[in-house]
Design a protein around this ligand. Structure first.
Ligand code: FAD
Length: 393
């Protein structure tokens, strides 16, 4: 049941915590001088005065504007209501094939969910690389896994329009190719929901996210921002960045509350740790890619290794791939990526901890990591990769 995904219903806030929760109310303006938020709700317009204001408006899925993107059957997945709409659509008619526009983690997770219902899936995107941030050898593994699971991958497919022929949807590429589908899922990324903040004159950060400091304060100290709409500092580059993910969203919410209540708070920087599952594979990253490192002024060196996920004689071992990025100038570890059937999701956190500690690759290679045959080789795959990278550095 989709409702089981709701962690806390609005009534819990109202009845147990004494918080006035106004659902179906849309904030439309911030009067910073009068300190009032205005908007519209079921009873008409509202105006709510504030001493402190928190903007936590999240992110919005990007929806292309070419002809046909508003057809019934063209869906996005951002909210639970979107999930309900997709489920209702799939239940309302025979859906034999779906085109997924975009090849990010939401598109891939949906590809798996749709294949589990025996629905044919084609994924399309205009650019040539399946996951542009992932090292090429690791991309090959993801690509092979998708193809083995029956997902057709069409890179270089720039959707120009979607035509409803009365029965099915035709997804047409600028170059002339076309795919037929009963449903189209658009998963081409999100942008921060910062229009309200921008209209109020608050300073913006990367990708038009709301710029905040380590106390979650915006350029107006009476207004804080938290979650996907807000930016962050990157622990590796020291620069502002925008990486919309759940832990950071939660953490900034807590920090904003602490700051309003007078508890000293200093938000940590982020390293962009992320993981997702696609069929039997785990795909994980933390820190910078080689390109991001070069763009940030580092002199990146990389290594990609593959090794067994368990001690060599242990049954059930599978292949695990590790890609590390280091800086030739300082010797620092800058980033890590991993792909494998097991041991990826939590292992990436070791590299994340090293990035927070600003370790060199040499220091990282000396970390005391746990070993037992069912969980990995005596030399953990991360250590094997670090030892290789030291040679390049
Ligand atoms: C399908 C999917 C899978 C995901 N999986 C992962 C994962 O595995 N790991 C991970 O780290 N992250 C994941 N994420 C991202 C994660 O869900 C977000 O980082 C997180 O939910 C952000 O929380 P938030 O409170 O900032 O924003 P949201 O949860 O988007 O909440 C923002 C709220 O503000 C409301 N709002 C916006 N504008 C206004 C306005 N003007 N007036 C009133 N209300 C407004 C919105 O209606 C919404 O309720 C996933 C996201 C999706 C869509």
């Amino acid at each position: 049941m989709i409702d089981d995904l709701v962690v806390r219903q609005a009534d819990v806030f109202r009845n147990k915590m004494g918080i006035e929760v106004l659902t179906d109310h849309r904030a439309e303006g911030i009067d910073r001088v009068g300190r009032v938020v205005t908007g519209k709700g079921p009873q008409g317009v509202f105006a709510i005065p504030y001493d402190h204001l928190l903007v936590a408006t999240g992110a919005t899925p990007i929806m292309p504007r070419q002809p046909g993107w508003d057809r019934p059957g063209v869906m996005v997945l951002k909210s639970l209501d979107d999930g309900r709409r997709i489920k209702a659509f799939l239940a309302s008619r025979p859906v034999r094939s779906v085109v997924i526009v975009g090849m990010g983690y939401i598109g891939m997770e949906m590809a798996e969910a749709l294949r589990a219902q025996d629905i044919a899936v084609a994924m399309v995107k205009p650019r040539p690389a399946l996951l542009p941030w992932l090292a090429s050898e690791l991309v090959e593994t993801v690509s092979a896994t998708l193809e083995k699971a029956g997902v057709a991958i069409h890179t270089g497919f720039d959707v120009a329009q979607i035509v409803d022929d009365g029965d099915r949807l035709q997804v047409m590429a600028a170059a002339g190719a076309s795919l037929t589908a009963d449903m189209v899922l658009v998963a081409v990324g999100v942008r921060p929901n910062s229009d309200l903040a921008a209209a109020a004159g608050l300073a913006l950060g990367p990708d038009r996210s709301i710029a905040i400091d380590a106390q979650t304060r915006t350029s107006d100290p009476a207004i804080r921002a938290a979650g996907d709409c807000a930016d962050a500092f990157h622990a590796v580059t020291g620069q502002r960045t925008w990486i919309p993910l759940a832990l950071r969203a939660n953490r900034t919410g807590w920090a904003a509350a602490d700051d309003v209540c007078g508890k000293p708070v200093t938000l940590p920087a982020v390293v962009g740790s992320a993981v997702f599952k696609v069929f039997e594979l785990g795909v994980a990253r933390t820190g910078l890619t080689a390109k991001e490192a070069a763009d940030a002024g580092f002199e990146p060196a990389t290594v990609t290794i593959h090794t067994a996920s368990r001690a060599h004689a242990h049954p059930g071992a599978s292949r695990i791939q590790v890609h590390l990025v280091g800086d030739k100038g300082s010797g620092r570890l800058l980033g890590a990526q991993m792909v494998g059937r097991e041991g990826v999701a939590h292992r990436i956190n070791t590299a994340a901890a090293a990035l927070h500690a600003q370790m060199t690759v040499e220091q990282f290679s000396q970390m005391d990591m746990a070993y037992a045959p069912p969980y990995g080789p005596a030399w953990d795959p991360l250590l094997v990769a670090a030892n290789q990278l030291i040679k390049t550095l």
